[in-house]
Design a protein around this ligand. Sequence first.
Ligand code: MN
Length: 485
Amino acid sequence: MSYLIEGESGDWDVVIGLEVHAQITSQAKLFSGSATAFGAGPNTQVSLVDAAMPGMLPVINEYCVEQAVKTGLGLKAQINRHSVFERKNYFYADLPQGYQISQFAEPIVGEGIVVLDMPDGTTREIGIERLHMEQDAGKSMHDQDPKRSFIDLNRSGVALMEIVSKPDLRSPEEAGMYVRKLRSILRYLGTCDGNMEEGSMRADVNVSVRPAGSGELRTRTETKNVNSVRFIMQVIEHESARQVQAYESDEEIVQETRLFDAARGETRSMRSKEFAHDYRYFPDPDLLPVVLSEDEVEAIRASLPELPDDIKQRFIDTMGLTAYDAGVLVADKETANYFEQVAKGHDAKIAANWVTGNLFGALNKAGRSIADSPVTADALSELLDLMADDTISGRIAKDVFEEMFETGRGAKQIVEDKGLEQITDTGAIEAAVDAVVTDNPDQVADFRGGNEKAIGWFVGQVMKATEGKANPKLVNELLRKKLAK
Ligand code: MN
């Protein structure tokens, strides 16, 4: 997928790297027992550790460490069995410690991979540079009072994974695909709920541009805390265009931190970028290094669920689905489960068509997700049964599906109540065939004169006469017999 920015001096490539902060799914924070539930009243989930009271000591939450390792394994990454928490020193009102406990020189997870499923059915690998654990800061609220700012420390100390990609992304679309895929993997793993609107996932977007094909890496800017896929893509579009314009006006791009203004769809300079050495990182003397045994890592590996890339391959290999369909079906866990349930005992391709076509279409139109679909997997499966045993035609099935979706009623019930069973009684179909043939001498002459395609018109007429209930195969057979005379 090539994305070029046209400048006056020629075309430009964009180079993108993302640092995604993903909240670890855990009942308690990274270094305290405080709750992490979303939406609690301000400062109701704050322990003395989270408020950085003097003398308080952090105690590592083992479960969060396991979750980070699990994530690393899901990203096919190297797990570092020795990692170190360090203090990242900076002052901010919502950071009562005066430093963030993070990992720097020795993160828990090293290089890994995220595989993108491209629209043409191919795949593309995006490198993961590292994954480290760190604690979140609190939240400053500047819009609650005309004169004062408030601080909510509920998030203070919540466990995060910072997942840093290599600068492998080349377009806004790819960046969007990457975030969606990463979110999907985290959800399959159960290590982050991925709810961006609740702040469980947000990205720092690093963007630079370079003359097309040059291969150099120029100065990048970092736009902080972007909290939706759409916004991430907007940041890249805006920021890359801005940089091209700057270079072409002989301006310099400085390494800096920028903010995204969602209302205006543009980025703004926030502060000149600090460098790692500005933070005076040093190992936190209150915490021992995290040391994992091989057995511990292997036990976590053994607990991994089947992940989207593997399920996709299985759908292709054992069900004969196309790479594209398989990719769409595994994009989220609920859809994959739903599809597997529908496909059981049915032709997988037919099941895939119903899920990605009729079901997705109806869900989209209704603005609903598959998790609250009015047609359950079992209900759709029943509808496919009715088609498979010729109780109804595919044409009628579409109407039945619509009614199922609207009313939540079962397929069998609808078919019975409305008398939609397919007519397989040869006599009844023959009568309709006879009538159509008798009433349309011109078309009959046309067909007999060699226009084979006219058969479609006859089939349509008979189906119309039988309200779509005639078995199309029988109609075809009987018509051909009749017209041959
Ligand atoms: Mn971070």
